[in-house]
Design a protein around this ligand. Structure first.
Ligand SMILES: Nc1ncnc2c1ncn2[C@@H]1O[C@H](COP(=O)(O)OP(=O)(O)OP(=O)(O)O)[C@@H](O)[C@H]1O
Length: 308
C-alpha cells in the first residue's frame, strides 16, 4: 500500500453562532486505508464529514484531498469527484429505476464503464432492484443504492456517515465487503462513522473518538492486533493481591466487575512472572488473552476514565 495521505484535516474548527462544534481537529487518512469515526450524539461527526465533502464551506482550518486544498477548487463538479459520500439520506430521481439513476450519475462524471456499474450492482446484490423505480424502494434499498453511487466517478475517498443505518443485518456484511473491495482492490480510502462499534472494529485499521468536537482518542487497531503486548485476564482466588502484585511491577492492571484481574503483558513476561505469582500464594485457575471490545473502551472514554 502506498503511504501517501489522501485526506488531511488540518486544525479544522467550526462554530454555529457562539457554539464551537469542532475544535481544532487534525487527522489524516492514507491511500487505501479504512478509518472509523465514533462519538456520542452531537459530537460533531456529521459536521466534520460535511466539511470534508464540501457540503459546509464556512469553517476554520484546511482540508486537503490528494494534496489539494479543497477551498481552492472552484468548480463544483471537480470538488464532487474527489469524494464519494453518503451523508444523511441520499438523493435520487424517484421516477427513474435504480439502474437509470446509476447510469445518469455515471454520465455526469463521465468515463464510468458499464462494467464498473455492474460491479457495484453485484457487490451490493442490487440486481433485483435495478428495474424498479426508486419511488418503490424500501429505505434499505435506497440506502444500498446510495452506497452504490459513492464509488462511481472513481473518487479518492469514500466518506460514509452511518452507512448501515436502516439496513437489514443480513446486508451489513455486503457493505463491509464493498468497502474492503474498493480499499484493497482499487485503493479507495474510506472514512466511516457508525454507531455499530463492532462493525467499525472489524473493518477499520484505525478509529478516532470524537467528543464535544475534539478528537479525544486514536486507536491503531491494526497495530494493537500485531502488538507483542496483549491484555490477559486471570481468574484467581486473590484478585486484590494479584492486582497489587502487578502494580508493584509497574504493570497496568485492573479488577473487573466479575472479580477477574486484567493485565497488560508481553508474552515473555508471563513465563517470568507466573512462578513468582504462584509462590506468593495466589492461585490462578484460568488465564486467557483478553480483547477489550471497542464498545467498552468507548464507554470508558466517554466517562472520561480511559487508562492505557
Ligand atoms: N445547522 C446547524 N445549526 C446549528 N447547530 C448545528 C447545526 N448542525 C449541527 N449543529 C450542532 O452541532 C453539533 C454537532 O452536530 P453533528 O450533527 O455534527 O453531530 P453528530 O456527532 O453527527 O451527531 P449524531 O451522532 O447524533 O448524528 C450538535 O450540537 C448540533 O446540535
Amino acid at each position: 500500500m502506498e503511504n501517501k495521505n489522501i485526506l488531511e484535516v488540518v486544525n479544522v474548527s467550526k462554530r454555529y453562532s457562539q457554539k464551537k462544534v469542532l475544535n481544532d481537529v487534525n487527522l489524516s487518512v492514507k491511500k487505501g486505508e479504512i478509518i472509523g469515526l465514533v462519538g456520542p450524539n452531537g459530537a460533531g461527526k456529521t459536521t466534520l464529514m460535511s466539511i470534508i465533502v464540501g457540503l459546509i464551506n464556512n469553517y476554520e482550518g484546511d482540508i486537503y484531498i490528494d494534496g489539494e486544498n479543497i477551498r481552492k477548487i472552484k468548480k463544483k463538479k471537480q470538488k464532487q469527484k474527489l469524494t464519494g459520500c453518503i451523508i444523511e439520506t441520499p438523493g435520487f430521481y424517484p421516477h427513474l429505476t435504480g439502474y437509470e439513476n446509476l447510469k445518469l450519475l455515471s454520465m455526469y462524471y463521465g468515463k464510468v464503464s458499464k462494467q464498473e456499474i455492474l460491479d457495484v450492482i453485484s457487490l451490493l446484490e442490487l440486481e433485483n432492484a435495478m428495474k424498479k423505480k426508486v419511488s418503490k424502494y424500501s429505505m434499505g434499498m435506497k440506502q444500498r443504492l446510495g452506497i452504490a453511487q459513492t464509488v462511481l466517478g472513481n473518487p479518492k475517498i469514500l466518506v460514509l456517515d452511518e452507512p448501515t443505518n436502516g439496513l437489514d443485518p443480513t446486508i451489513i456484511p455486503k457493505i463491509r465487503d464493498f468497502i474492503r473491495y474498493y480499499a484493497k482492490e482499487k485503493n479507495i480510502s474510506t472514512f466511516i462513522s457508525s454507531h455499530i462499534l463492532s462493525e467499525i472494529e472489524t473493518i477499520c485499521e484505525k478509529v478516532l473518538f470524537l467528543k464535544n468536537g475534539v478528537i479525544v482518542d486514536r486507536i491503531d487497531l491494526e497495530n494493537e492486533r500485531n502488538s507483542k503486548r496483549k491484555m490477559f485476564i486471570f481468574k484467581t482466588n486473590k484478585a486484590e493481591k494479584l492486582f497489587e502484585f502487578f502494580k508493584s511491577k509497574n504493570i497496568f492492571s485492573k479488577i473487573n466487575e466479575e472479580n477477574r484481574v486484567i493485565a497488560s503483558l508481553e508474552e515473555k513476561d508471563i513465563e517470568l512472572l507466573i512462578p513468582e505469582i504462584l509462590s506468593s500464594g495466589i492461585v490462578i485457575t484460568e488465564m486467557k488473552e483478553y480483547m477489550e471490545k471497542l464498545e467498552d473502551r468507548f464507554l470508558r472514554k466517554m466517562e472520561g476514565n480511559l487508562v492505557d
